[in-house]
Write a protein of this length. Structure first.
Length: 251
């Protein structure tokens, strides 16, 4: 009987000791409650608890990556889109994360979803597609403001995908095609203008020197002769014979 009683005492002592000792990692903190009252955050390392009296809740201080489910949003210009996002946050005050809110992960997810719908509903579709960085900063600012009393710091919010209706995708594609055609026509017109200006300048230079016209004519003949043509018909400018005519007249 004495041996059995001693064994029982040893087992109870081991059980109590196991419940009194906690080891926390570098990224963990333990929130201690003593008879229901908050004592504070402990860790990392070895933490000693009073059995039965103390209760500890572990909180991770690492950055949490949370997907915000796709939300149906109607933009300010009445376009229905489906948008999802990703949010990066971490606990900076473990005591507030446990005491101030029942489930800080769920609460952060809910405030992220409502903020996403609220902010994107105030912008137009073109701004949503073109000014993504500005919208991300606005989302981060608002969500961080709401989660700060819970001891949570939101560092980054990124809008991931914007799913558009099929008819809107076709309309955007037509708009982009029209824009490319407009730019192509402008570039072509600018090229024609520059070419005409260069030709006009060249014509003025050649017109000032009669021999220049003849040289240009001979150069054109040379370029035409390089082609494999069986017959070449070309006009002979009268200016080409002017020197001969003057010489004959002098005789």
């Amino acid at each position: 009987m004495a041996g059995a009683g001693l064994l029982t005492v040893i087992i109870i002592a081991i059980f109590i000791l196991a419940n009194a000792i906690r080891i926390l990692r570098e990224y963990e903190r333990g929130i201690i409650f003593r008879l229901g009252r908050l004592v504070g955050a402990k860790g990392p390392g070895l933490v000693l608890l009073i059995p039965i009296v103390d209760r500890m809740v572990k909180v991770s201080l690492r950055v949490v990556t949370m997907d915000v489910p796709a939300q149906d949003v109607i933009t300010r210009d009445n376009v229905s889109v489906k948008v999802n996002a990703v949010i990066y946050f971490r606990v900076i005050d473990a005591s507030k994360a446990i005491v101030e809110v029942e489930d800080f992960l769920y609460a952060t997810s809910m405030i992220s979803q409502t903020t996403l719908r609220s902010v994107l509903g105030q912008v137009e579709l073109d701004d949503l597609l073109a000014q993504r960085e500005k919208i991300n900063q606005e989302l981060q600012k608002i969500i961080d403001l709401h989660t700060a009393p819970w001891g949570i710091k939101v560092s980054v919010v990124e809008v991931k995908n914007v799913d558009l209706p099929q008819e809107m995708q076709r309309a955007i594609a037509r708009q982009a095609e029209a824009e490319r055609e407009r730019r192509a026509k402008i570039i072509h017109a600018e090229g024609e203008l520059q070419a005409s200006e260069k030709l006009a300048a060249a014509g003025e230079v050649i017109g000032k020197t009669p021999t220049g016209i003849q040289l240009r004519f001979l150069q054109t003949l040379t370029e035409v002769a390089t082609e494999k043509n069986s017959t070449i018909i070309f006009p002979v400018p009268i200016d080409l014979f002017t020197p001969f005519i003057k010489k004959m007249a002098e005789k």
